[in-house]
Design a protein around this ligand. Structure first.
Ligand SMILES: Cc1cc2nc3c(=O)[nH]c(=O)nc-3n(C[C@H](O)[C@H](O)[C@H](O)COP(=O)(O)OP(=O)(O)OC[C@H]3O[C@@H](n4cnc5c(N)ncnc54)[C@H](O)[C@@H]3O)c2cc1C
Ligand code: FES
Ligand code: FES
Length: 482
Protein backbone atom coordinates (compact mmCIF):
# COMPACT_ATOMS: atom_id res chain seq x y z
CA UNK A 1 0.00 0.00 0.00
CA UNK A 2 1.21 3.51 -0.76
CA UNK A 3 0.51 6.76 1.04
CA UNK A 4 -0.80 9.73 -0.95
CA UNK A 5 1.89 9.80 -3.71
CA UNK A 6 4.57 12.48 -3.36
CA UNK A 7 3.07 13.89 -0.17
CA UNK A 8 4.40 14.18 3.34
CA UNK A 9 2.48 15.65 6.25
CA UNK A 10 3.66 17.26 9.47
CA UNK A 11 2.46 19.73 12.07
CA UNK A 12 3.87 23.25 12.07
CA UNK A 13 2.41 26.33 13.81
CA UNK A 14 -0.39 24.17 15.24
CA UNK A 15 -1.64 23.10 11.80
CA UNK A 16 -1.10 20.09 9.56
CA UNK A 17 1.00 20.89 6.50
CA UNK A 18 0.59 18.61 3.48
CA UNK A 19 3.60 19.10 1.26
CA UNK A 20 3.40 17.85 -2.29
CA UNK A 21 6.86 17.33 -3.79
CA UNK A 22 5.37 16.90 -7.28
CA UNK A 23 4.48 20.56 -7.59
CA UNK A 24 6.78 22.26 -5.12
CA UNK A 25 10.19 23.89 -5.35
CA UNK A 26 11.52 21.53 -2.69
CA UNK A 27 13.47 18.38 -3.50
CA UNK A 28 13.33 15.24 -1.36
CA UNK A 29 16.88 16.09 -0.31
CA UNK A 30 16.03 19.68 0.68
CA UNK A 31 16.94 19.89 4.34
CA UNK A 32 14.51 20.88 7.06
CA UNK A 33 16.75 23.91 7.67
CA UNK A 34 16.48 25.07 4.05
CA UNK A 35 12.70 24.64 4.17
CA UNK A 36 12.29 26.59 7.43
CA UNK A 37 14.59 29.40 6.28
CA UNK A 38 12.42 29.70 3.19
CA UNK A 39 9.26 30.36 5.24
CA UNK A 40 8.48 33.89 6.39
CA UNK A 41 7.78 32.98 10.04
CA UNK A 42 10.75 30.78 11.06
CA UNK A 43 13.87 32.85 10.50
CA UNK A 44 15.05 32.17 14.06
CA UNK A 45 16.44 28.91 12.68
CA UNK A 46 19.94 29.85 11.58
CA UNK A 47 22.45 28.30 9.23
CA UNK A 48 25.93 28.35 10.77
CA UNK A 49 27.85 25.40 9.43
CA UNK A 50 25.27 23.18 7.65
CA UNK A 51 27.12 20.14 9.00
CA UNK A 52 25.89 19.56 12.55
CA UNK A 53 28.76 21.35 14.23
CA UNK A 54 27.27 24.57 15.63
CA UNK A 55 23.65 23.96 16.71
CA UNK A 56 22.42 27.31 15.28
CA UNK A 57 19.81 25.37 13.29
CA UNK A 58 18.47 23.42 16.30
CA UNK A 59 14.75 22.73 16.23
CA UNK A 60 12.65 20.52 18.46
CA UNK A 61 10.49 17.81 16.99
CA UNK A 62 7.49 16.40 18.82
CA UNK A 63 6.76 12.76 18.17
CA UNK A 64 4.01 10.50 19.46
CA UNK A 65 5.39 7.83 21.80
CA UNK A 66 2.80 5.77 23.71
CA UNK A 67 0.15 8.45 23.11
CA UNK A 68 2.31 11.19 24.63
CA UNK A 69 4.44 13.69 22.74
CA UNK A 70 8.18 13.26 23.18
CA UNK A 71 10.16 16.43 22.47
CA UNK A 72 13.75 16.19 21.25
CA UNK A 73 16.29 18.61 19.81
CA UNK A 74 17.75 18.04 16.34
CA UNK A 75 20.08 19.80 13.91
CA UNK A 76 17.67 20.73 11.12
CA UNK A 77 20.60 20.96 8.64
CA UNK A 78 21.02 17.16 8.81
CA UNK A 79 17.40 16.14 8.19
CA UNK A 80 15.90 15.66 4.76
CA UNK A 81 12.47 17.22 4.54
CA UNK A 82 10.43 14.02 3.92
CA UNK A 83 11.84 12.54 7.15
CA UNK A 84 9.67 14.93 9.22
CA UNK A 85 6.51 13.14 8.10
CA UNK A 86 4.24 12.51 11.08
CA UNK A 87 6.09 14.87 13.42
CA UNK A 88 5.50 18.26 14.99
CA UNK A 89 8.18 20.84 14.17
CA UNK A 90 8.83 23.50 16.80
CA UNK A 91 11.06 26.55 16.37
CA UNK A 92 11.78 29.46 18.72
CA UNK A 93 8.90 31.42 17.11
CA UNK A 94 6.49 28.79 18.46
CA UNK A 95 7.74 29.24 22.02
CA UNK A 96 6.81 32.86 22.59
CA UNK A 97 7.25 36.43 21.47
CA UNK A 98 8.68 39.59 23.05
CA UNK A 99 5.37 40.30 24.85
CA UNK A 100 4.91 36.76 26.06
CA UNK A 101 8.17 34.87 26.47
CA UNK A 102 8.36 31.14 27.18
CA UNK A 103 10.03 30.46 30.59
CA UNK A 104 13.18 29.30 28.75
CA UNK A 105 13.35 32.51 26.73
CA UNK A 106 12.63 34.57 29.84
CA UNK A 107 15.50 32.87 31.70
CA UNK A 108 17.91 33.52 28.79
CA UNK A 109 16.93 37.19 29.04
CA UNK A 110 17.15 37.33 32.85
CA UNK A 111 20.56 35.66 33.00
CA UNK A 112 22.03 37.68 30.10
CA UNK A 113 22.46 34.52 28.05
CA UNK A 114 22.69 36.33 24.73
CA UNK A 115 24.86 38.95 23.07
CA UNK A 116 24.91 38.97 19.26
CA UNK A 117 22.04 36.48 19.39
CA UNK A 118 23.05 34.31 16.42
CA UNK A 119 23.30 31.17 18.53
CA UNK A 120 20.44 32.05 20.91
CA UNK A 121 17.45 30.39 19.20
CA UNK A 122 19.49 27.17 18.93
CA UNK A 123 20.34 27.24 22.63
CA UNK A 124 16.73 28.07 23.52
CA UNK A 125 15.53 25.04 21.57
CA UNK A 126 18.07 22.70 23.20
CA UNK A 127 17.06 23.97 26.65
CA UNK A 128 13.37 23.76 25.72
CA UNK A 129 13.83 20.05 24.86
CA UNK A 130 15.28 19.53 28.36
CA UNK A 131 12.45 21.58 29.89
CA UNK A 132 9.97 19.18 28.30
CA UNK A 133 11.70 16.03 29.60
CA UNK A 134 10.04 14.21 32.44
CA UNK A 135 13.06 13.99 34.74
CA UNK A 136 14.91 17.01 36.07
CA UNK A 137 18.45 16.90 34.67
CA UNK A 138 21.47 17.68 36.86
CA UNK A 139 24.18 20.13 35.79
CA UNK A 140 26.18 17.41 34.01
CA UNK A 141 23.17 16.45 31.93
CA UNK A 142 22.45 20.10 31.15
CA UNK A 143 26.00 20.71 29.86
CA UNK A 144 25.85 17.42 27.97
CA UNK A 145 22.59 18.53 26.31
CA UNK A 146 24.16 21.86 25.32
CA UNK A 147 27.38 20.39 23.91
CA UNK A 148 25.99 20.68 20.36
CA UNK A 149 25.46 24.45 20.60
CA UNK A 150 28.33 26.85 20.08
CA UNK A 151 28.41 30.45 21.26
CA UNK A 152 31.18 32.79 20.18
CA UNK A 153 30.47 35.79 22.35
CA UNK A 154 28.35 35.34 25.48
CA UNK A 155 30.21 32.56 27.23
CA UNK A 156 28.51 29.43 28.50
CA UNK A 157 28.07 30.22 32.21
CA UNK A 158 25.01 32.51 31.88
CA UNK A 159 23.45 30.14 29.34
CA UNK A 160 23.86 27.16 31.67
CA UNK A 161 22.44 29.23 34.55
CA UNK A 162 19.44 30.16 32.41
CA UNK A 163 18.90 26.45 31.69
CA UNK A 164 19.23 25.49 35.36
CA UNK A 165 16.88 28.21 36.51
CA UNK A 166 14.13 27.60 33.95
CA UNK A 167 14.20 23.85 34.54
CA UNK A 168 14.22 24.25 38.34
CA UNK A 169 11.14 26.46 38.15
CA UNK A 170 9.47 24.34 35.51
CA UNK A 171 5.68 24.67 35.26
CA UNK A 172 2.96 24.00 32.71
CA UNK A 173 3.58 25.85 29.46
CA UNK A 174 1.29 26.38 26.49
CA UNK A 175 2.62 23.16 24.92
CA UNK A 176 1.10 21.18 27.81
CA UNK A 177 -2.23 22.93 27.28
CA UNK A 178 -2.47 22.08 23.58
CA UNK A 179 -0.76 18.68 23.71
CA UNK A 180 -4.05 16.79 23.17
CA UNK A 181 -4.92 18.87 20.12
CA UNK A 182 -1.44 18.37 18.58
CA UNK A 183 -1.52 14.65 19.42
CA UNK A 184 -4.85 14.28 17.63
CA UNK A 185 -3.42 16.07 14.56
CA UNK A 186 -0.38 13.76 14.59
CA UNK A 187 -2.58 10.68 14.95
CA UNK A 188 -4.51 11.62 11.83
CA UNK A 189 -1.33 11.53 9.71
CA UNK A 190 -1.01 8.22 7.90
CA UNK A 191 2.05 6.43 9.28
CA UNK A 192 1.15 2.98 8.00
CA UNK A 193 1.39 3.05 4.22
CA UNK A 194 4.76 3.50 2.52
CA UNK A 195 5.49 6.99 1.25
CA UNK A 196 6.78 7.14 -2.30
CA UNK A 197 8.11 10.43 -3.59
CA UNK A 198 9.03 10.30 -7.24
CA UNK A 199 10.12 13.52 -8.87
CA UNK A 200 11.64 13.95 -12.29
CA UNK A 201 15.12 13.08 -11.01
CA UNK A 202 14.79 11.60 -7.52
CA UNK A 203 13.07 8.76 -5.72
CA UNK A 204 12.61 8.84 -1.94
CA UNK A 205 10.81 6.03 -0.10
CA UNK A 206 9.67 5.92 3.52
CA UNK A 207 8.59 2.43 4.56
CA UNK A 208 6.94 1.99 7.98
CA UNK A 209 7.57 -1.75 8.36
CA UNK A 210 10.62 -3.97 8.02
CA UNK A 211 8.76 -6.08 5.46
CA UNK A 212 8.13 -3.05 3.23
CA UNK A 213 11.74 -1.88 3.65
CA UNK A 214 13.11 -5.27 2.56
CA UNK A 215 10.80 -5.38 -0.41
CA UNK A 216 11.92 -1.87 -1.49
CA UNK A 217 15.55 -2.94 -0.99
CA UNK A 218 14.94 -5.82 -3.39
CA UNK A 219 13.24 -3.58 -5.97
CA UNK A 220 15.85 -0.78 -5.68
CA UNK A 221 19.20 -2.41 -4.82
CA UNK A 222 21.10 0.76 -5.79
CA UNK A 223 19.09 3.02 -3.51
CA UNK A 224 20.98 4.59 -0.64
CA UNK A 225 19.76 3.52 2.79
CA UNK A 226 19.48 6.21 5.41
CA UNK A 227 18.59 6.00 9.08
CA UNK A 228 19.33 9.26 10.94
CA UNK A 229 21.09 10.75 7.86
CA UNK A 230 23.69 12.50 10.08
CA UNK A 231 26.43 11.01 7.90
CA UNK A 232 24.63 11.05 4.56
CA UNK A 233 23.19 14.59 4.76
CA UNK A 234 26.72 15.99 4.51
CA UNK A 235 27.06 14.41 1.07
CA UNK A 236 24.34 16.84 -0.02
CA UNK A 237 25.06 19.92 2.10
CA UNK A 238 28.87 19.83 1.91
CA UNK A 239 29.83 17.77 -1.11
CA UNK A 240 26.82 18.88 -3.18
CA UNK A 241 26.26 15.33 -4.35
CA UNK A 242 23.05 14.40 -6.06
CA UNK A 243 21.37 11.37 -4.45
CA UNK A 244 18.95 9.85 -6.97
CA UNK A 245 17.37 7.04 -4.87
CA UNK A 246 16.91 6.92 -1.12
CA UNK A 247 15.19 4.44 1.20
CA UNK A 248 14.63 6.21 4.53
CA UNK A 249 14.44 3.64 7.35
CA UNK A 250 13.91 6.18 10.13
CA UNK A 251 10.16 5.56 10.50
CA UNK A 252 10.33 1.80 11.12
CA UNK A 253 9.26 1.49 14.75
CA UNK A 254 9.89 -2.27 14.97
CA UNK A 255 13.62 -1.59 14.43
CA UNK A 256 13.65 1.05 17.20
CA UNK A 257 14.02 -1.22 20.23
CA UNK A 258 16.33 -2.40 23.03
CA UNK A 259 15.55 -5.69 24.75
CA UNK A 260 17.55 -7.81 27.14
CA UNK A 261 17.01 -11.54 27.07
CA UNK A 262 19.13 -13.63 29.44
CA UNK A 263 22.75 -12.73 28.69
CA UNK A 264 22.33 -10.66 25.52
CA UNK A 265 20.96 -7.29 24.47
CA UNK A 266 19.02 -7.15 21.20
CA UNK A 267 19.24 -3.66 19.75
CA UNK A 268 17.17 -2.63 16.73
CA UNK A 269 19.21 -0.92 14.01
CA UNK A 270 16.99 2.18 14.28
CA UNK A 271 17.61 2.60 17.99
CA UNK A 272 18.94 6.13 18.49
CA UNK A 273 22.37 6.63 20.02
CA UNK A 274 20.85 8.89 22.70
CA UNK A 275 18.41 6.13 23.73
CA UNK A 276 21.33 3.70 23.66
CA UNK A 277 23.38 6.05 25.85
CA UNK A 278 20.61 5.90 28.44
CA UNK A 279 19.94 2.14 28.17
CA UNK A 280 23.61 1.15 28.25
CA UNK A 281 24.52 2.93 31.51
CA UNK A 282 24.52 -0.08 33.81
CA UNK A 283 24.73 -2.95 31.38
CA UNK A 284 27.46 -1.76 28.94
CA UNK A 285 29.48 0.95 30.76
CA UNK A 286 32.23 1.08 28.09
CA UNK A 287 29.60 1.77 25.43
CA UNK A 288 27.90 4.36 27.63
CA UNK A 289 31.26 6.05 28.20
CA UNK A 290 31.85 6.52 24.47
CA UNK A 291 28.26 7.60 23.79
CA UNK A 292 28.51 10.35 26.42
CA UNK A 293 31.06 12.04 24.16
CA UNK A 294 29.66 10.95 20.79
CA UNK A 295 28.83 14.00 18.64
CA UNK A 296 26.26 16.06 20.49
CA UNK A 297 22.77 15.55 21.93
CA UNK A 298 21.23 16.69 18.62
CA UNK A 299 23.37 14.21 16.66
CA UNK A 300 22.68 11.31 19.03
CA UNK A 301 18.93 12.02 19.04
CA UNK A 302 18.94 11.41 15.31
CA UNK A 303 21.82 8.99 14.60
CA UNK A 304 21.07 5.29 14.92
CA UNK A 305 23.24 2.34 15.85
CA UNK A 306 22.63 0.72 12.43
CA UNK A 307 23.86 3.94 10.79
CA UNK A 308 27.06 4.08 12.82
CA UNK A 309 27.87 0.47 11.99
CA UNK A 310 26.60 0.79 8.40
CA UNK A 311 28.92 3.75 7.80
CA UNK A 312 31.88 1.41 8.56
CA UNK A 313 33.91 4.53 9.23
CA UNK A 314 37.46 3.97 10.52
CA UNK A 315 36.55 6.45 13.27
CA UNK A 316 33.00 5.20 13.93
CA UNK A 317 32.99 5.37 17.72
CA UNK A 318 30.65 2.51 18.54
CA UNK A 319 32.61 0.05 16.37
CA UNK A 320 35.76 -0.72 18.46
CA UNK A 321 33.57 -0.89 21.57
CA UNK A 322 31.01 -3.25 20.10
CA UNK A 323 33.84 -5.37 18.67
CA UNK A 324 35.32 -5.64 22.16
CA UNK A 325 31.90 -6.77 23.45
CA UNK A 326 31.95 -9.27 20.56
CA UNK A 327 28.67 -7.99 19.11
CA UNK A 328 26.90 -9.60 16.17
CA UNK A 329 25.12 -7.96 13.26
CA UNK A 330 21.84 -9.33 11.89
CA UNK A 331 21.40 -8.83 8.15
CA UNK A 332 18.06 -9.46 6.48
CA UNK A 333 16.77 -9.54 2.93
CA UNK A 334 13.37 -10.63 1.61
CA UNK A 335 14.66 -14.21 1.35
CA UNK A 336 17.41 -14.49 3.96
CA UNK A 337 18.43 -13.72 7.52
CA UNK A 338 22.00 -14.16 8.71
CA UNK A 339 24.02 -13.19 11.75
CA UNK A 340 27.70 -12.34 11.53
CA UNK A 341 30.27 -11.16 14.03
CA UNK A 342 30.90 -7.42 13.88
CA UNK A 343 34.60 -8.32 14.02
CA UNK A 344 34.17 -9.82 10.53
CA UNK A 345 31.43 -7.54 9.19
CA UNK A 346 33.68 -4.65 8.19
CA UNK A 347 35.97 -5.61 5.34
CA UNK A 348 37.65 -2.38 4.23
CA UNK A 349 37.44 1.41 4.19
CA UNK A 350 33.67 1.98 4.44
CA UNK A 351 33.17 -1.58 3.13
CA UNK A 352 30.97 -4.18 4.80
CA UNK A 353 29.54 -7.61 4.15
CA UNK A 354 26.04 -6.08 3.72
CA UNK A 355 24.76 -7.11 0.27
CA UNK A 356 22.69 -4.77 -1.93
CA UNK A 357 19.60 -6.83 -1.07
CA UNK A 358 20.19 -6.65 2.70
CA UNK A 359 19.54 -4.29 5.60
CA UNK A 360 21.09 -4.33 9.06
CA UNK A 361 18.10 -5.03 11.27
CA UNK A 362 19.59 -5.82 14.67
CA UNK A 363 22.78 -5.73 16.69
CA UNK A 364 23.17 -8.40 19.35
CA UNK A 365 25.52 -7.60 22.21
CA UNK A 366 26.50 -10.29 24.74
CA UNK A 367 26.54 -9.05 28.33
CA UNK A 368 30.08 -9.72 29.58
CA UNK A 369 30.65 -12.10 32.49
CA UNK A 370 31.69 -10.41 35.74
CA UNK A 371 35.36 -11.49 35.37
CA UNK A 372 35.77 -9.62 32.06
CA UNK A 373 36.72 -5.97 32.18
CA UNK A 374 35.95 -3.77 29.15
CA UNK A 375 37.06 -0.15 28.87
CA UNK A 376 36.80 2.40 26.07
CA UNK A 377 38.79 5.55 25.26
CA UNK A 378 38.50 8.39 22.74
CA UNK A 379 41.21 10.92 21.94
CA UNK A 380 39.95 13.98 20.07
CA UNK A 381 40.92 17.63 19.82
CA UNK A 382 37.90 18.63 21.92
CA UNK A 383 36.02 16.55 24.47
CA UNK A 384 32.57 17.24 23.03
CA UNK A 385 31.30 17.36 19.48
CA UNK A 386 34.44 16.08 17.88
CA UNK A 387 35.35 12.99 15.95
CA UNK A 388 38.07 10.63 17.17
CA UNK A 389 41.71 11.02 16.28
CA UNK A 390 42.30 7.64 17.89
CA UNK A 391 39.85 5.52 19.87
CA UNK A 392 40.34 2.19 21.60
CA UNK A 393 38.46 -0.50 23.42
CA UNK A 394 40.05 -3.30 25.46
CA UNK A 395 38.48 -6.45 26.85
CA UNK A 396 40.51 -8.29 29.50
CA UNK A 397 40.23 -11.52 31.46
CA UNK A 398 42.87 -12.20 34.08
CA UNK A 399 43.63 -15.42 35.86
CA UNK A 400 45.75 -14.88 38.97
CA UNK A 401 47.12 -11.68 37.46
CA UNK A 402 48.04 -13.44 34.20
CA UNK A 403 46.33 -12.52 30.95
CA UNK A 404 43.97 -15.37 30.13
CA UNK A 405 42.28 -13.45 27.32
CA UNK A 406 42.58 -10.00 25.82
CA UNK A 407 40.94 -8.31 22.82
CA UNK A 408 42.24 -4.96 21.58
CA UNK A 409 40.54 -2.77 18.96
CA UNK A 410 41.62 0.67 17.77
CA UNK A 411 39.72 3.22 15.67
CA UNK A 412 41.60 5.85 13.64
CA UNK A 413 44.67 3.62 13.24
CA UNK A 414 43.88 2.00 9.89
CA UNK A 415 41.41 2.14 7.00
CA UNK A 416 38.92 0.23 9.14
CA UNK A 417 38.66 -0.92 12.74
CA UNK A 418 40.89 -3.95 13.21
CA UNK A 419 42.11 -6.11 16.03
CA UNK A 420 45.66 -5.63 17.38
CA UNK A 421 46.49 -9.30 16.90
CA UNK A 422 50.26 -9.15 17.45
CA UNK A 423 49.99 -6.93 20.53
CA UNK A 424 47.44 -9.33 21.99
CA UNK A 425 49.71 -12.33 21.31
CA UNK A 426 52.57 -10.70 23.21
CA UNK A 427 50.36 -10.16 26.25
CA UNK A 428 48.55 -13.51 26.38
CA UNK A 429 49.70 -15.69 29.30
CA UNK A 430 51.93 -12.90 30.65
CA UNK A 431 51.71 -11.21 34.01
CA UNK A 432 49.58 -8.07 33.88
CA UNK A 433 52.32 -5.69 34.95
CA UNK A 434 53.90 -2.47 33.72
CA UNK A 435 56.99 -4.16 32.27
CA UNK A 436 54.93 -6.40 29.97
CA UNK A 437 52.69 -3.51 28.96
CA UNK A 438 55.76 -1.49 27.97
CA UNK A 439 56.92 -4.41 25.79
CA UNK A 440 53.46 -4.77 24.22
CA UNK A 441 53.27 -1.04 23.45
CA UNK A 442 56.11 -1.51 20.95
CA UNK A 443 54.09 -4.09 18.98
CA UNK A 444 51.29 -1.68 18.09
CA UNK A 445 53.34 -0.46 15.11
CA UNK A 446 53.38 -4.07 13.84
CA UNK A 447 49.58 -4.19 13.95
CA UNK A 448 48.87 -0.79 12.43
CA UNK A 449 50.34 1.61 9.87
CA UNK A 450 48.30 4.75 10.59
CA UNK A 451 48.15 7.66 8.17
CA UNK A 452 48.89 11.34 8.79
CA UNK A 453 46.01 13.75 8.27
CA UNK A 454 44.71 17.10 9.52
CA UNK A 455 44.01 15.61 12.95
CA UNK A 456 47.39 14.04 13.68
CA UNK A 457 50.59 12.72 12.15
CA UNK A 458 51.08 8.94 11.95
CA UNK A 459 53.72 9.04 14.68
CA UNK A 460 51.39 10.88 17.06
CA UNK A 461 48.71 8.28 16.40
CA UNK A 462 51.16 5.48 17.21
CA UNK A 463 52.13 7.18 20.48
CA UNK A 464 48.47 7.83 21.38
CA UNK A 465 47.55 4.19 20.74
CA UNK A 466 50.46 2.90 22.83
CA UNK A 467 49.65 5.32 25.65
CA UNK A 468 46.01 4.25 25.68
CA UNK A 469 47.17 0.70 26.34
CA UNK A 470 49.23 1.99 29.26
CA UNK A 471 46.25 4.02 30.51
CA UNK A 472 44.12 0.87 30.40
CA UNK A 473 46.74 -0.99 32.43
CA UNK A 474 46.93 1.82 35.01
CA UNK A 475 43.15 1.88 35.37
CA UNK A 476 42.69 -1.90 35.48
CA UNK A 477 45.52 -2.18 37.95
CA UNK A 478 43.59 0.17 40.21
CA UNK A 479 40.39 -1.84 39.73
CA UNK A 480 42.07 -5.13 40.62
CA UNK A 481 43.91 -3.65 43.59
CA UNK A 482 40.64 -2.56 45.25
C1 LIG B 1 28.60 17.00 13.71
C2 LIG B 1 28.80 15.52 13.63
C3 LIG B 1 29.43 14.87 14.66
C4 LIG B 1 29.64 13.50 14.59
N1 LIG B 1 30.27 12.89 15.63
C5 LIG B 1 30.52 11.58 15.56
C6 LIG B 1 31.19 10.92 16.62
O1 LIG B 1 31.55 11.53 17.65
N2 LIG B 1 31.46 9.60 16.48
C7 LIG B 1 31.07 8.90 15.36
O2 LIG B 1 31.31 7.71 15.29
N3 LIG B 1 30.40 9.49 14.36
C8 LIG B 1 30.12 10.80 14.42
N4 LIG B 1 29.46 11.40 13.39
C9 LIG B 1 29.07 10.63 12.21
C10 LIG B 1 27.60 10.11 12.24
O3 LIG B 1 26.80 10.91 13.05
C11 LIG B 1 27.54 8.70 12.78
O4 LIG B 1 28.25 7.83 11.95
C12 LIG B 1 26.10 8.18 12.93
O5 LIG B 1 26.07 7.07 13.77
C13 LIG B 1 25.46 7.79 11.63
O6 LIG B 1 24.18 7.28 11.93
P1 LIG B 1 22.91 7.69 11.07
O7 LIG B 1 21.76 6.92 11.59
O8 LIG B 1 22.75 9.15 11.03
O9 LIG B 1 23.36 7.11 9.66
P2 LIG B 1 23.08 7.59 8.17
O10 LIG B 1 23.76 8.86 7.88
O11 LIG B 1 21.61 7.54 7.89
O12 LIG B 1 23.77 6.38 7.40
C14 LIG B 1 25.15 6.11 7.55
C15 LIG B 1 25.53 4.90 6.69
O13 LIG B 1 24.94 3.72 7.21
C16 LIG B 1 24.13 3.07 6.23
N5 LIG B 1 22.97 2.53 6.93
C17 LIG B 1 22.14 3.20 7.75
N6 LIG B 1 21.22 2.35 8.27
C18 LIG B 1 21.49 1.13 7.75
C19 LIG B 1 20.89 -0.16 7.89
N7 LIG B 1 19.86 -0.37 8.71
N8 LIG B 1 21.41 -1.20 7.18
C20 LIG B 1 22.50 -1.01 6.37
N9 LIG B 1 23.11 0.19 6.21
C21 LIG B 1 22.60 1.24 6.89
C22 LIG B 1 23.79 4.15 5.21
O14 LIG B 1 23.54 3.61 3.93
C23 LIG B 1 25.06 4.99 5.25
O15 LIG B 1 26.03 4.43 4.42
C24 LIG B 1 29.21 12.77 13.46
C25 LIG B 1 28.53 13.43 12.42
C26 LIG B 1 28.32 14.78 12.50
C27 LIG B 1 27.59 15.46 11.38
S1 FES C 1 23.86 24.82 10.79
FE1 FES C 1 25.40 24.29 12.23
S2 FES C 1 24.54 22.55 13.17
FE2 FES C 1 23.15 22.97 11.60
S1 FES D 1 25.46 35.30 21.54
FE1 FES D 1 26.79 35.60 19.86
S2 FES D 1 27.32 33.60 19.24
FE2 FES D 1 26.26 33.33 21.07
Amino acid sequence: MMNNPNHVSFVLDGKTVNLNFADSKYKPTTTLLQYLRDLPGHKSVKEGCAEGDCGACTVVMGELKNDKIQYRAYDSCLIFLPAVHGKQIITAENLGNSENLHPVQQAMHDYDGSQCGFCTPGFVMSIFALYKQEEKPDKEEITNALSGNLCRCTGYRPIIEAAESSIKNRHEDHFCKCEDIIASLLKKINTKDTIEIITEKQKYFIPFTKKEALSLRKQFPNALLIAGSTDIALRVTKRHEFLPEIIDLSHIRELDCFNINKDKAFIGSNYSLEDLRNSSKSVFPALNNILNIFGSRQIRNRACLGGNIGSASPIGDSIPVLMAYDAEVVLESVETKRTIKLREFITGYRQTQCKPSEIITEIIVPIPKSDILIKSYKVSKRKDLDISTVSACFSLKLNENKVEDIAIFYGGMSAFTKRAVKTEEILKGKTWNRKNIEIAMKYITEDYKPISDARAGFKVREIMAANLLMKFWVETNQVYKH
